[in-house]
Design a protein around this ligand. Structure first.
Ligand code: ADP
Ligand code: MG
Length: 689
């Protein structure tokens, strides 16, 4: 058996103050009772004192101890938010929104009241808001308008161990802000601290030392969690089909083991949706007398209400089967879990910087790290002794990398560099915890130059500044800006909002390819995927009339008609709903940038494709005599993805959304464009710069 807290380093200070005598006030409401029982509650006063006494505090604590939900409330109650907001960052949107919902309930105020959230394309805050849960990306965006983050009295960087690109950029900026707002240590007492900032770095794993060193040896505080022993089983042999292995393991537990919910870790949404179907199918075939199975999926693209199902109590006599990505590792704790099944896999984004052409985005299912494996196992021991079934061998566990590589070392830097330039910062001079590779930096600079965001002296252009004002990737922002002159903003917004959504629009099931193609035949546009997307969004909205007021009788009818339409066409309705809300947000950004979002080019396709081509200039290829497509800026031969409507077509020139690498390099999101575009394209981007 392994201790799941294995490698936890010895902390600098333990805080377990004596228990206070129960106060003799009135009976506690159940929710207040729950708060009082969290492991962190016992250290409350000491924690608040430490945070009050230090500019930066590193807080290390096991998942589920109450860090994320309680610390902001303690600080609020202690008056630390009297001079400004408390902002808490999360790497993921769903975590930010669901935590805000929970803390609103604990505070007894409606969402957007005392407690709110802010994530890309969605915000719920008001004049009363004191505690704001937000994604790390949103706080980085706020830097653009408020470089000292002067609205905030306290900033909590949560899940710091994940080391996302945005978290790293924030940490670097916080160091600067602390210097400017709080003064250097030796300046203290010289009256320089007009609006001092408190920073709290929270992490569920090891790395505390590194954060502490980064902030001039900040104090590390360790919060003891409530971790019960977890018995770990490894497979004797490696598994080839982890989804099938998870299915079999689940039913072994379900049939043989005492009650307790089961949490299964899978790499991504597709595996989750496929396992969800098979668990439901097999559960129905169990002989009577077996407990009912309630399947609950959990992944980043879920919306709030779907997320809430995870926290509703399991019906008596039933067993919950939660299918989750690594979001359940540390961000969100699920009550009732006694068994964990770990496939040992997760999806990881990795960007391979190109030397000449655009880079290559890869999203690959990979082995997890040791640290993840230990976190996953730990989820089984929150409420009592638990069990973890690893669908990999012990040797495989021992061979895992200790922790994940920071995202800044493996992602595209174009958007980050653009934002930094707007702040007047040079990524190479920034005090980062880990400095990115020079190749990755020059590849990003080249992309920005080709988009016209930078001039030949690497200085930001007005076009670049305009691009940064959109909450979009630079390529998509460029397309929206181009749509102004080409008078097709309405169309481009519809396309870009689907591309910016968090899951794919088209449901792809290899076993049903023919049936799906038949259902979508009428939507396919001869120029390819982008206008097919546009057709789809518009046909969907037309299926129920444009969404009108909430609760409207006509709207209800419209809603079910649209749902039916999406099902019949094998289209992911979740993506369409998200795209609609993204579009609405982008309209606001357009208005602010002086672009009229109502401008439409009607049935004409060329302006839309040309606008998109402005953003995708680096992602273009020409057909070669042998029938293959060769990149224009780069040497690679690209193959069109079999899921594309252009898959078997031969046309003179194409643009594509991205290159993905599975077993070979595929272009995804492909449209045919006239060759004549290229004559104007490069020159066009440069001219506006
Ligand atoms: P930590 O950040 O230390 O991992 P949290 O503050 O996120 O801990 O969670 C503390 C407790 O609150 C956990 O037991 C978790 O199950 C519970 N909790 C969090 N969100 C919700 C929710 N939306 N509904 C019910 N319980 C929740
Ligand atoms: Mg947390």
């Amino acid at each position: 058996r392994q201790n799941v807290n294995g490698g936890l380093k010895q902390p600098q200070a333990h805080i377990t103050p004596p228990r206070k005598k129960a106060r003799l006030s009135g009976p506690l409401t159940p929710i207040q009772e729950q708060r009082r029982l969290l492991p962190i509650a016992r250290g409350k006063d000491a924690l608040v004192q430490e945070i009050r006494a230090n500019d930066v505090t590193v807080l290390l604590g096991e998942t589920g101890s109450g860090k994320t939900t309680q610390i902001p409330q303690y600080l609020l109650e202690a008056g630390l938010a009297d001079s400004g907001l408390i902002g808490i960052t999360q790497p993921r949107k769903v975590a930010a929104t669901s935590l805000a919902a929970r803390v609103s309930v604990e505070q007894g105020t409606p969402m957007g009241g005392r407690v709110g959230y802010s994530v890309r394309f969605d915000e719920r805050t008001g004049p009363e808001t004191r505690i704001k849960y937000m994604t790390d990306g949103m706080l980085t965006r706020e830097l653009l308008g408020d470089p000292l983050l002067s609205k905030y009295a306290v900033i909590v960087i949560d899940e710091a161990h994940e080391r996302t690109l945005r978290t790293d950029l924030l940490l670097a900026n916080l160091k600067r802000i602390l210097r400017e707002r709080n003064g250097d240590a030796h300046d203290k007492g010289k009256g320089k601290q007009r609006n001092p900032l408190k920073v709290v770095i929270m992490s569920a794993t090891l790395d505390a030392e590194k954060f502490s060193q980064f902030f001039y040896n900040a104090k590390i505080i360790y919060v003891k969690g409530r971790q019960h022993p977890v018995k770990i089983y490894h497979c004797a042999q490696g598994q080839t089909d982890y989804v099938d292995a998870a299915l079999r393991t689940f039913f072994q537990i379900h049939v043989d083991q005492p009650p307790g919910d089961v949490l299964i870790f899978l790499p991504g949404q597709e595996d989750i949706e496929s396992l969800e179907k098979s668990v439901e199918l097999f559960a129905r075939q169990l002989p009577v007398g077996h407990a009912e199975v309630v399947v609950v999926p959990m992944f980043a693209a879920l919306q709030g209400p779907q997320m809430a199902r995870i926290f509703t109590a399991t019906p008596r006599g039933a067993r919950k089967c939660i299918l989750a990505t690594n979001i359940a590792e540390t961000s969100i704790t699920i009550p009732g879990v006694r068994y964990v099944i770990d496939t040992g896999k997760s999806k990881e984004k990795r960007y391979l910087a190109g030397h000449t052409g655009g880079g290559l985005d890869t999203l690959m299912t990979r082995d997890i790290t040791k640290s993840s494996a230990m976190q996953r196992a730990g989820r089984a021991g929150r409420e009592g002794p638990g069990f973890c079934y690893r669908l990999y061998t012990e040797e495989a566990f021992l061979a895992m990398a200790p922790t994940a590589e920071p995202e800044i070392l493996r992602c595209s830097l174009a958007q980050a560099i653009l934002q930094l330039l707007c702040l007047g910062q040079d990524i190479q001079e920034l005090d980062l915890m880990d400095a990115p590779d020079v190749d990755a930096i020059s590849s990003a600079l080249r992309t920005l130059f080709l988009l016209g965001a930078l001039d030949s002296h690497r200085a930001l252009t007005p076009l670049g500044r305009a691009m940064a004002s959109f909450p979009l990737e630079p390529a998509h922002a460029r397309a929206v800006i181009a749509s102004k002159e080409l008078a097709c903003t309405a169309e481009v917004l519809d396309v870009v909002s689907v591309l910016a959504a968090s899951s794919k629009l088209f449901v792809d099931a290899t076993d049903k390819r023919a049936e799906i193609a038949e259902a979508r035949r009428a939507l396919v546009h001869p120029t390819g995927d982008h206008l097919t997307l546009l057709n789809t969004v518009r046909a969907y909205r037309a299926a129920g009339g444009e969404p009108e007021k909430e609760g409207d009788e006509k709207e209800k009818v419209g809603r079910s008609a649209r749902r039916e339409w999406a099902r019949a066409h094998f289209v992911n309705e979740r993506t369409l709903k998200e795209a609609t809300s993204i579009r609405d947000q982008l309209r606001v950004s357009c208005t602010r940038a002086g672009i009229d979002w109502r401008t439409s080019c009607g049935e004409r396709e060329e302006p839309v494709l040309l606008s998109l081509a402005h953003g995708l200039a680096q992602n273009a290829a020409l057909i070669a005599p042998d029938g293959s497509y060769k990149q224009i800026m780069g040497q690679s031969v690209v193959k069109i993805h079999p899921g594309s409507s252009m898959a078997d077509k031969k046309v003179p020139a194409i643009i594509y959304d991205e290159l993905i690498y599975t077993n070979q390099i595929y272009a995804r999101g492909v449209s045919s464009i006239p060759k004549s575009f290229f004559a104007t394209l490069g020159a066009f981007n440069r001219r506006e710069a």
